[in-house]
Every structure is written in C-alpha cells, then in structure tokens.
Design a protein. Structure first.
Length: 199
C-alpha cells in the first residue's frame, strides 16, 4: 500500500473534479484494529497508573515506573529499523506484552527501595540497595525471556515481529532501567522524604 498510494495520488490528478478513491477490505480492518488496540493500550496504562497510585500512595512513584516504557519503545523502534522488520499487528501485540514485563521489573525495584526506606535507610542508600538487591534477578529474568524468544523469532516468520518487539524492547529497558529508575527515585521522591538525609 505504501508503494501504491503515491501512484494513486498521481493518477487522481487527471480525474474529473469530485472523483476520489477509498481503501477498504483488509486495509480498513487493519486500521480499525490498530486504533482499537491503541485505545486499549492507553486505557491499560491509565488503569495501571491508578492501581499503582493507590497501592504506593504516591503519584511520583507510578510515574517513575511508567517512565521505563518509553525507553523500551525506543529499543523496539531502533531494533525494527536496524533489522528491517515491518511493523504489524503482531508487533503491536508484542509491544503490549513487553510493556507488562518492563513495568513488572520496575515495580519490583521501586518496591524494594521503598521497603529499605521503611526500614530506616537513607534515600540514597535505599536506592542503591534496591538496585543491588534486584540487579541479578531482573537481569536474569530478562536474559531468560530474550533467549527463549530467539528460536521463535528465527523459526517462524509469523511470530517474528511479536518476538522481536519483546526482545528489542526488553533489552533496551533492562539496560536503561537499571540506571534510570534509581536516578528517578532520587529525583522524584517526595520532598519530605529528602529532608534531613545526608547524600
């Protein structure tokens, strides 16, 4: 369709006024499916934010957790561009699954930092301790997920976009989350938690 549309627009210039064309069939259904999936993803992220805000009793910490998602999306975009994989609905499904994995990793790390702070540690020590405690589990689970998806990506072209979206997104998110989340935890923690703490 990307190759056909410019040709149609060029031909349309010679048509009488009032004539045009429309795309239907599979193209229209695909556009409707993408729009519906996009709305569902936005609603899911909103609900996740609401649940985290209630559970953590904070608006900053859910923001910290959800900010790991854009880095994962950058990994997907870069990976698809580098490998030449076309974006499809299965890739979109892979992105949705990848977002769930990335959010889970961030929740585990932030929860560990909160627990350490509740035990009386300073904010900086809690951030570093949470990173140290969860570094190996997060790295291990990410690596096992990535390795287990490689055979699916290489052996079945149907599932290549889905598996690749998870692989590229999770790779980028794991690398960045281990650095970004502790930094955001320090920067976006409530001011009262920072008072009287020696950095």
């Amino acid at each position: 369709m990307a190759q056909l549309k410019p040709q149609l627009e060029q031909v349309q210039r010679n048509w009488p006024q009032g004539y045009g064309y429309g795309l239907g069939g599979e193209v229209a259904e695909q556009a409707e499916t993408f729009a519906s999936a996009g709305r569902s993803l936005a609603l899911a992220i909103l609900l996740v934010f609401a649940v985290l805000a209630l559970q953590l009793q904070s608006f900053a910490q859910p923001l910290i957790i959800l900010l790991s998602v854009p880095f994962a999306l950058v990994g997907v975009i870069w990976g698809f561009y580098w490998t030449g994989i076309a974006f499809s609905f299965t890739a979109f499904v892979g992105i949705i699954a990848m977002v769930g994995i990335v959010v889970n990793d961030a929740i585990v790390m932030v929860d560990t930092m909160n627990r350490r702070q509740a035990e009386g540690e300073r904010l900086r020590d809690a951030a570093l301790g949470g990173l140290r405690d969860r570094f190996r589990p997060i790295l291990t689970t990410s690596l096992t997920t990535i390795v287990s998806l490689i055979p699916l990506a290489l052996t079945n072209p149907t599932w290549l976009p889905l598996a690749s979206a998870i692989i590229f997104g999770l790779t980028m998110a794991t690398v960045t989350a281990l650095v970004i989340i502790p930094c955001l935890y320090l920067l976006l923690s409530p001011r009262d938690a920072l008072s009287g703490l020696d950095f």
